[in-house]
Write a new protein. Structure first.
Lengths: 296, 292
């Protein structure tokens, strides 16, 4: 602290009080220097904290055993191809599911946003659906739909565990995502709906052209949050026998009693979810600045 | 290096002593360390004066809890492993009341760190890789793998491994059955893997897999009780790729393994183990062999 204060003094004590009086360094440059200094302090304290944590962990008596079982380079190389192959399946399931979820959930939310007694049965149906689905643990839903429906042996209904795993994720996540959309639609001022209707737009048109575009922009951070969540939850379909990344790691762990495969899977999931989380932050920040610039 | 005469004499003496120890070991039962005292008071136990035995949750017949009211009740002393545990406990000097059960998930078992049980018994196959992380008793049972499918399935009449190449097969995670399907049968479709045999059975009923590979005693139970209209197609020949010896699992370096091995040796030599096997695991009627 003392050092920081001192250097602030030496840089030019008067420039804040009387800018333009002295030929001083431009504020922008000062900000750059301040930024560099805080970055340095942040880096140093981070290094110290990590070093302390590492020392604490590595000094544990059980560390050699843990290292052998969790962080074994030989096992890592051995398990990596299987886990990476399974993880690629996770990514594909995630992408397919996410597109379907965004579309299906929007339909649900729009139905729920319809006004008027004529639409009551539709609205009620959607509300019941959302309540039921959100009330069931996702793992139960996967088991019940994934094993239960194929067991009925209905004609024309696929029995693939992959199909039912992804379908269950779409159903479950759509219920949550529909609520996100609904929050977005409700955040748009009522006058927007009324103006749209007074211009002669039908209810559906008002939703489609006026409310939903504004609503989506408001909830993009929440939707991205759902992305991150889904990207990890796709692994749950392994209970149906699907061999995705986590399952491959588990198979390896069960056979060898070595956990390194879990670490490999963790690394892969982080490689995808951390950038998405950073992107969410960046986007939220940009959006907020943009709104402030407009003065909304 | 120069070796003085007195040192040489000492060396020879030492070598002779070592040879004697080795000879003494040869007389002992397999896996028994003569330096470990198995007196009741000296046993290395996690809880004083009780034998804390871990198993799965739930436990399945014919291994434990056999009989309508005994499902998932290891205290019933029924089933092959149930009977075995109480017999071993008696051999070490425990009364039945001094046997306490713990239930464990798979991952808790292999996680490093202290255990809250003395040993774990749930048809663990002894493998070299596992042996590096935990300790196993000597084998208490050697099984073979068997194929279960529906009587109506096209694979119900399979007689060789070649007949199974196009089958969609399933197995439970961490079992020799899974290794066997992957390394010996090598079907064209990737093997589906489930947490428990129950999951594989559900998948079979759902038509997602066409056959299920389990150990033979489990196959009897699956076909008799768990999956209606299912049959045992046959048992497979033994394979080096998937050794089928079951051992009790101990924390790495636990000296108790030596005492359990000694007790097991007694049960083997007096014929008790065979009796348990006959009572709980063997069924009448020959099961055909599916050849390579």
């Amino acid at each position: 602290m003392a050092k920081r204060y001192g250097s602030a003094l030496t840089s030019s004590p008067n420039d804040l009080r009387s800018p333009g009086l002295w030929p001083t360094r431009r504020p922008r440059q000062r900000m750059r220097e301040e930024g560099a200094r805080s970055a340095l302090i942040a880096a140093a304290s981070t290094v110290v904290v990590i070093a302390l944590a590492l020392w604490w962990i590595l000094s544990s008596e059980a560390w050699p055993a843990v290292q052998k079982q969790f962080f074994n380079p030989t096992n890592f190389r051995e398990v990596w191809p299987d886990v990476a192959g399974g993880f690629w399946l996770d990514i594909r399931m995630f992408l397919v599911a996410e597109v379907l979820i965004l579309a299906f959930a929007l339909v649900l939310a729009m139905i729920r946003a319809l006004r008027g007694p004529a639409f009551f049965p539709l609205r009620a149906l959607v509300i019941v659906f959302i309540d039921l689905i959100r009330g069931i643990p996702i793992i139960l839903l996967i088991l019940v739909l994934g094993f239960g429906i194929p067991a009925l042996q209905l004609r024309g209904v696929p029995n693939s565990p992959l199909f039912w795993g992804v379908t269950t994720l779409v159903i479950s996540y759509s219920a949550y995502t529909a609520e996100v959309y609904r929050a977005g639609i409700e955040s748009v001022h009522e006058s927007q709906r009324m103006s749209a209707r007074s211009l002669g737009l039908t209810q559906v048109q008002a939703l489609r052209y006026v409310l939903v575009p504004q609503a989506i922009r408001n909830v993009i951070p929440a939707l991205l949050n759902g992305f991150v969540s889904l990207q990890k939850d796709v692994a749950l379909v392994f209970i149906l026998g699907v061999r995705e990344g986590v399952r491959e790691a588990q198979i390896y762990a069960a056979g060898t009693f070595n956990y390194t495969g879990y670490i490999a899977a963790t690394v892969l999931f982080l490689l995808v979810s951390v950038p998405v989380a950073r992107f969410t932050d960046w986007y939220t920040d940009r959006d907020r600045k943009r709104k402030q610039a407009v003065g909304v | 290096m120069l070796v003085s005469r007195s040192n040489l004499a000492r060396l020879i003496g030492l070598l002779m002593a070592l040879a004697l120890v080795a000879a003494a070991c040869g007389g002992e039962a397999e896996g028994v360390d003569p330096d470990v005292s198995c007196e009741f008071g000296d046993l290395n136990l996690v809880n004083p004066a009780v034998l804390t035995v871990a198993t799965g949750e739930p436990v399945f017949p014919p291994w434990m809890g056999v009989g309508d009211d005994n499902f998932d009740v290891p205290e019933s002393k029924t089933g092959f492993e149930g009977a075995l545990v109480y017999a071993l406990a008696a051999e070490l000097g425990f009364s039945d009341d001094q046997v306490v059960w713990e239930r464990t998930g798979f991952d808790e078992v292999i996680a490093p760190g202290p255990k809250n049980w003395d040993f774990n018994i749930q048809q663990y196959s002894i493998t070299e890789a596992r042996d590096q992380v935990v300790d196993f008793s000597v084998p208490y049972y050697t099984t073979r793998q068997a194929l279960v499918t529906f009587a109506t399935s096209q694979f119900a009449t399979a007689t060789s491994i070649d007949d199974l190449k196009d089958a969609k097969l399933g197995a439970a995670i961490g079992t020799t059955s899974l290794d066997f399907v992957e390394d010996v049968i090598k079907p064209n479709t990737e093997v589906a893997v489930y947490d428990e045999n129950v999951g594989a059975e559900a998948a079979m009923i759902a038509g997602q897999i066409e056959g299920l590979v389990v150990d033979l005693p489990t196959a009897y139970f699956v076909t008799a009780v768990q999956v209606a209209d299912s049959v045992i197609v046959g048992q497979f020949e033994e394979s080096a790729a998937a050794p089928d010896d079951y051992g009790m699992l101990f924390a790495e370096g636990n000296p108790l393994v030596s005492c359990i091995n000694a007790a097991l040796d007694v049960l083997i030599s007096d014929g008790k183990l065979q009796e348990f096997e006959d009572e709980w695991l063997t069924q009448d009627g020959a099961i055909p062999v599916i050849g390579g």
